[in-house]
Design a binder for this molecule. Structure first.
Ligand code: SAM
Length: 272
């Protein structure tokens, strides 16, 4: 039950239901009943920016303005990420690339602010032992705001805390002047990655037909089982026979599909 007390704007169950249904249609993100406060607190900022009086007016605005749809999606996605999140995946990636040195196309399918894609690029450079390896990384997300952060490749120094000092020196420039407190990724990392907007719910994805590796971590958890199963089958179709699918730590697909064989640590290989 929604608690109306102490809220700047009235937010009814109907407001919440129509907003979460719209989010589900647009993105596949399924919000449980307990997320009403999250939806309120993230969208209340939009009401203030747009100088609206209530959520009924916001609903009208959402239905009449494509720009607001973009803000709405950006506001309600959860973008938590970090460099070398779930570090075991990057050890596995490193060993895999060293064992099979050849050209690769890698898709990082919900890259948020870019740390995951840059972690893949650092691993690739280290595995190939050069700054121009034969590897192309496509990194995508639905959220236009996080993609613009990812394209800049500038991060607060504290975000680099879990990187070794060797990696910090090798792959980042420390900001000076107005950029004090920030670090910027070196151009050789950026050169390996193409950032683009892709909604995983779209019928057609702007990625090559054949992919060597897919990182799709910590996004499937926001989707319901039928959406997860549909997306998984589509992704497996694109993977090379000896390719790998990297899932997030809480995403276990062993019971969902026969097309992926678990290799441990939420890494999978296609089964044909
Ligand atoms: C929690 S972050 C995970 C980031 C990164 N993969 C990681 O594991 O650190 C989830 C990301 O999925 C994105 N996302 C949510 N729904 C999406 C969709 N339908 N299509 C593409 N990206 C989506 C969000 O914008 C968000 O940046």
């Amino acid at each position: 039950m929604i608690n109306h007390l102490q809220r700047e704007f009235a937010f009814s169950q109907q407001d919440f239901d129509q907003l979460r249904n719209r989010l589900y249609q647009l993105t596949g993100i399924k919000l449980s009943d307990s997320k009403d406060s999250m939806v309120y607190s993230r969208l209340v900022r939009r009401l203030r920016v747009l100088k609206l009086k209530n959520f009924v007016d916001y609903w009208e605005c959402l239905n009449s303005s494509p720009d607001e749809v973009e803000h709405f999606v950006n506001a309600l996605t959860t973008n938590l990420t970090s460099f070398f999140r779930e570090p075991h995946h990057f050890d596995i990636l490193h060993d895999y690339l060293v064992a099979n040195p050849k050209p690769y196309t890698i898709w990082c399918a919900a890259c948020s602010t870019g740390e995951e894609a840059y972690s893949i690029a650092m691993t690739v450079i280290q595995a190939f032992g050069c700054y121009d390896p034969p590897v192309r990384i496509i990194a995508s997300d639905i959220d236009s705001q996080v993609l613009s952060v990812a394209r800049k490749g500038v991060y607060p120094l504290k975000n680099l805390d879990n990187l070794s000092s060797v990696k910090r020196k090798q792959f980042f420039f420390k900001g000076r002047g107005s950029q004090t407190g920030n670090a910027k990724v070196i151009p050789q990392l950026k050169a390996l990655i193409q950032f683009k907007s892709i909604n995983l719910l779209d019928n057609k994805w702007d990625v090559p037909d054949k992919l060597s590796l897919i990182f799709c971590r910590n996004v499937m958890i926001y989707f319901d089982k039928s959406t997860q199963a549909k997306l998984l089958e589509k992704m497996v179709d694109k993977l090379d026979d000896n390719g790998r699918y990297f899932a997030g730590h809480s995403e276990n697909f062993s019971l969902m599909t026969n097309s992926l064989k678990p290799l441990g640590k939420t890494v999978y290989q296609p089964v044909r």
